[in-house]
Design a protein around this ligand. Structure first.
Ligand code: GH3
Ligand code: MG
Length: 330
């Protein structure tokens, strides 16, 4: 495989063929049309090149030494359906990249079995040798355009999903996402026979905070508290959500009451350390939180409502006992 420095703009075509004449021909034609070309001489090299350059189109010969085009195509299909979209994690869930890089088989085999087999292993299109260059150029243009369009659509969908599940003010999960997540995790914990904990956190005397610092000051405070919660919650399966106006929820799957108590205390302590001035608070000079937490082993006859009710009761106790504290209900 020739080393190629790949620039950002022009689409990249990976040509996998053991015949140097064909590779040179395809390179010439494709470069003339403004594409970048990377070459590989068999299926194995092709796979390695695919992983490192992430091309917009693969041109694949069928019969090659080491690994033929059919096997290579099968591997390519497995790669594109199992690799999580890079960096796209949403509340601990990875979203899969379904935009498959098109594979165009260019081969001397024109018997019906080979054509069927190529499509079975995931080829997007098929062209036989001798290559009709005008047809090839049109097919390539169309395949790349479709791929780019599909990718844009996927990105737009991802962004839509993100916006639909996040709280606009604080950037943590919204109530809708909380409901969906606690139900999903409840079911999962039933299957795995594991406990789940929930912490509800409420800012103390927040009405008075708004009275002192205005609604915008209140919004800024909510953002800082949300950041503190995010900082304390480290596992990717834990979820921080805005539960209501100045109330946040933390879902902790596979977490005991002892674990939940530690996280709740960490959150409480960190918000204290932030020392956000709160002149009218009756418990401190700074913004404080009251937290209630509960832990349950979910069963098919129970629902998250029970856990939420228990955490809410604990939060009520924390308020009643003087605020700026975490209280359990297990
Ligand atoms: P407690 O210590 O008992 O929790 O008292 P509190 O004043 O915090 O509770 P209360 O429920 O009486 O008031 C909550 C306040 O939170 C009232 C509401 O205006 C304010 N609030 C709710 N959502 C927002 C928001 O998005 N931004 C701002 N700035 N304030 C909000
Ligand atoms: Mg409050």
């Amino acid at each position: 495989m020739k080393a190629v420095s790949v620039s950002e703009e022009a689409p990249i075509i990976l040509v996998v063929d053991d015949d140097q004449f064909i590779r040179d021909l395809l390179r010439r034609v494709m470069e003339k049309d403004g594409y970048q070309v990377v070459e590989a001489t068999n299926g194995e090299q092709g796979l390695a090149a695919y992983k490192s350059i992430n091309p917009h189109l693969v041109m694949l010969d069928a019969l090659m030494p080491v690994m033929d085009g059919f096997t290579c195509c099968q591997h390519l299909q497995a790669l594109t359906t199992s690799s999580p979209l890079e960096g796209k994690m949403l509340n601990g869930k990875s979203l899969h990249n379904n935009a498959r890089t098109p594979v165009l088989m260019i081969t001397g085999l024109d018997d019906p079995e080979s054509v069927d087999r190529a499509f079975q292993v995931g080829a997007t299109d098929y062209i036989t040798k001798p290559i009709h260059l005008a047809v090839l150029r049109q097919r390539v243009r169309r395949l790349i355009e479709q791929f780019q369009l599909y990718k844009k659509l996927e990105e737009a969908n991802l962004e839509l999903h993100r916006l639909a599940t996040l709280d606009g003010l604080t950037g943590v999960a919204n109530r809708r996402r909380f409901d969906e997540y606690i139900n999903d995790e409840w079911q999962r914990m039933i299957r795995e026979k594991l406990p789940i904990s929930l912490i509800l956190c409420d800012i103390d005397y927040f009405k008075k905070y708004n009275d002192s610092y205005g609604h915008q000051g209140g919004d800024a405070c909510l953002r800082r508290v949300a950041d503190a919660l995010r900082f304390c919650v480290k596992r990717s399966i834990d979820l921080v959500a805005r539960y209501g106006g100045e109330e946040f929820a933390v879902v902790l799957p596979n977490t005991s009451a002892v674990g939940a108590s530690k996280v709740a205390e960490e959150i409480r302590a960190l918000v204290n350390q932030l020392q956000i001035p709160h002149a009218q608070s009756l418990v401190s000079e700074h913004v404080t939180l009251s937290l209630g937490f509960a832990c349950m082993y979910p069963t098919p006859s129970t629902s998250p409502t029970t856990l939420i009710g228990a955490a809410d009761e604990a939060l009520y106790q924390a308020k009643a006992l003087g605020r700026n504290m975490s209280f359990p209900k297990c």
